[in-house]
Design a protein around this ligand. Structure first.
Ligand code: DGY
Length: 434
């Protein structure tokens, strides 16, 4: 255990950069990523509390005037080994985007509310923690306001995403049907060169067709200043995602508790929270599959797949006790069948791919969230399985980005994929072990 923790500490140390943030993985992702930073802070709190706070402060230096916290903050403009770089995003199309640091033009799951609460609970009486949380509170609320204003035009209480990168689950089969609706015109799609497949194995990453569509959606955002109404009007991908909405709800709840502690006005947060929780329950539970699923706004239908986002409803406290038991029993059945938990996509689906990014592999920060959710609902046994599987995979195979959920028996076969020396893998391990 001590050795594992030591490696985790060294990983976080090696990934720390000026002006005060962690790269997810030095080679594959050489800038600051939004939700990565959140989970990294949670782990860093155990070993370097100052850095945990700093990571959040640095992230918010990239916040836009409209409230959006971008998914990437390009603290270095000299680094050229990542696509799409800041110049490709060209955020000058929106007057409210900061000139420095440069950023991307889309967002990522709203983890910051619950990250701040986690830091506050870890150091409830620490003056620096209290000061940082108080200073960031209105900025985090403003980032939620962005989602409710710009991503919920019909005021349903559920935010939409239009780019799979926003969900963090880039190539999940959930988005396949929407991606297929996009017709790529090679004549108008700007030329680009991928960098990711030079660093990670191509069969562990999204495909070339998917990248064309990611670029197509980026261009659609750019044409619309990254927040214009044209996005809702034009985009073929328009989805109310389970995970993005669940984490928004989880963070709303954290912000309400933080606000109450410090005597801030939480009226607006409470209104959002009530409406969102109800809408999530009403619109995203799939009766037949007995699981939460995203809603495809463009198609006007639920996306009928079993997928990991459903379980984040536990961590956000959205599921009823009955629904929670159903989700717990499903995880139990996968465990009984010999899978490591928690596969990112339904292993019984024809779309399942045990190596390819979000089409099957296990992601340690998802185990962190699901462990948290199962514990909250009193499913201690399954929470332990989820925790132990993450620790086991990291101990056996290294600090990878994601892992195979199928138990291989060949002794020399690796089950760790994607980037290595990964920050949130190290951070979540530390928090799960401590
Ligand atoms: C990538 O580059 O693969 C990221 O997931 C996009 O943010």
């Amino acid at each position: 255990k001590q050795e594992l923790l030591q490696t985790a500490r060294e990983t976080l140390e090696a990934n720390w950069r000026a002006p005060g943030f962690s790269v997810p993985s030095g080679r594959l992702y050489p800038f600051q990523w939004n939700w990565d930073s959140g989970f990294t802070s949670i782990g860093n709190a155990h070993i370097n509390p100052q850095r945990a706070l700093r990571e959040m402060e640095t992230l918010f230096t990239g916040q836009w005037a409209n409230g959006m916290v971008p998914h990437i903050i390009f603290h270095s403009e000299k680094e050229t080994t990542y696509f799409p770089n800041f110049d490709f995003w060209d955020t000058t199309v929106n007057a409210g985007a900061p000139q420095r640091p440069k950023t991307s033009g889309i967002t990522q799951p709203a983890v910051h509310g619950f990250v701040l609460e986690h830091l506050l609970n870890t150091f409830p009486d620490d003056a620096a923690t209290i000061a940082t949380v108080k200073a960031l509170f209105p900025r985090v609320v403003n980032s939620h306001r962005f989602l409710y204003i710009y991503r919920d035009p019909e005021r349903e209480g559920l935010m939409f995403m239009y780019h799979p990168w926003e969900t963090g689950r880039d190539n999940s089969p959930l988005w396949d049907a929407s991606m297929d609706r996009i017709v790529i015109d090679k004549g108008t799609l700007p030329a680009y060169t991928r960098q990711d497949t030079k660093i990670a194995a191509a069969d562990e990453r999204p495909t070339a067709d998917q990248y064309d569509r990611y670029v197509h959606q980026l261009e659609l955002g750019k044409r619309n200043g990254y927040d214009g109404p044209g996005i809702f009007a034009e985009s073929e991908i328009l989805i109310q995602d389970t995970l993005m909405n669940a984490l928004l709800i989880k963070s709303n709840a954290s912000l309400i508790r933080i606000g109450q502690r410090f005597g801030f006005d939480v009226g607006e947060l409470e209104e959002w929270q009530q409406q969102s929780t109800r809408a999530f329950q009403q619109k995203l539970w799939h009766e037949e599959l007995q699981t939460f699923v995203p809603y495809d706004v463009r198609a006007g239908a639920q996306i009928a797949e079993r997928e990991i986002g459903s379980f984040t409803a536990l961590s956000a406290g959205i599921a009823s006790d009955k629904q929670a038991k159903i989700l717990n029993d499903y995880l139990q059945s996968l465990h009984d069948r010999g899978f490591y938990l928690c596969p990112s996509f339904d292993p019984d689906s024809p779309h399942f791919d045990s190596r390819r990014y979000w089409r099957g592999p296990i992601w340690p920060h998802m185990n962190w969230l699901i462990h948290d959710g199962l514990k909250n609902y009193g499913f201690g046994k399954m929470a332990e399985v989820v925790r132990n599987d993450a620790i086991h995979l990291i101990r056996e195979f290294g600090f990878y980005e994601y892992f195979d959920c199928q138990k291989n028996t060949a002794p020399d076969l690796t089950q760790g994929y994607g980037g290595d020396q990964f920050s949130w893998t190290a951070a979540c391990l530390i928090d799960l072990i401590e």
